[in-house]
Design a protein around this ligand. Structure first.
Ligand code: HEC
Length: 167
């Protein structure tokens, strides 16, 4: 097992980590360190968006697995499921709730997946599909860097909450 010196080192490490985590939590409450734009939605809308997001992630996982098997028919099938057909079902009720740029970025991701599906069928070139996929995923990255979803209750920051709360 471990020597006493090793145990000391580990204890020290744990203390340092706890300290760093503690600082993180404290400053998160002291100010809004998450600089991404806050989008206010209902909890049902938030659940919808996040569910769609998880479908995008698992769809991409399926596409990657199919690519690794050189199964381009499956690639096309999984990609098409993330195309404009998915958008119609998932996002119609969000128009007017989320900003236009957000909706357009989302739509262009769905358009990309239709294109990925078509190309997978016609070109059958896994490298080409990978390139398209990685380019399109820049949009996932860009949107995630810009926005966060809050429901009404979460949107009141601790500072504001304490202002509302008079002693
Ligand atoms: C137009 C904006 C936008 C695009 C494009 C986008 N997302 Fe998201 N995604 C979001 C937002 C907003 C959240 C919630 C972030 C938050 O509130 O902290 C989110 C959350 C997620 C989550 C977490 C889901 C959960 O249950 O918590 C996953 C996974 C995800 N996105 C995957 C993806 C993938 C993969 C792509 C690209 C194929 C993508 N997203 C493209 C806006 C976007």
């Amino acid at each position: 097992m471990y020597t006493d010196t090793q145990k000391d080192h580990m204890n020290h490490l744990v203390t340092v980590l706890a300290f760093i985590l503690g600082l993180g939590v404290t400053s998160a409450f002291a100010e809004n360190i998450d600089k991404r734009q806050i989008l206010l939605v209902s909890s049902a809308q938030r659940a919808h968006v996040l569910e769609e997001m998880r479908s995008l992630l698992s769809g991409i996982q399926n596409i990657l697995a199919a690519l690794a098997r050189d199964d381009m028919a499956a690639v096309a099938q999984y990609a098409r499921a993330l195309g404009m057909g998915m958008r119609a079902k998932a996002e119609d009720h969000l128009h007017g709730v989320l900003p236009k740029e957000f909706m357009q970025l989302g739509m262009s991701v769905h358009r990309d997946f239709d294109r990925i599906a078509t190309d997978a069928e016609s070109l059958q070139d896994p490298k080409h599909t990978l390139r398209q996929l990685s380019e399109s995923m820049n949009k996932c990255v860009a949107c995630h860097a810009s926005y966060q979803l809050h429901t009404e209750s979460l949107s009141i920051r601790p500072k504001e909450r304490s202002r509302h709360h008079k002693h």
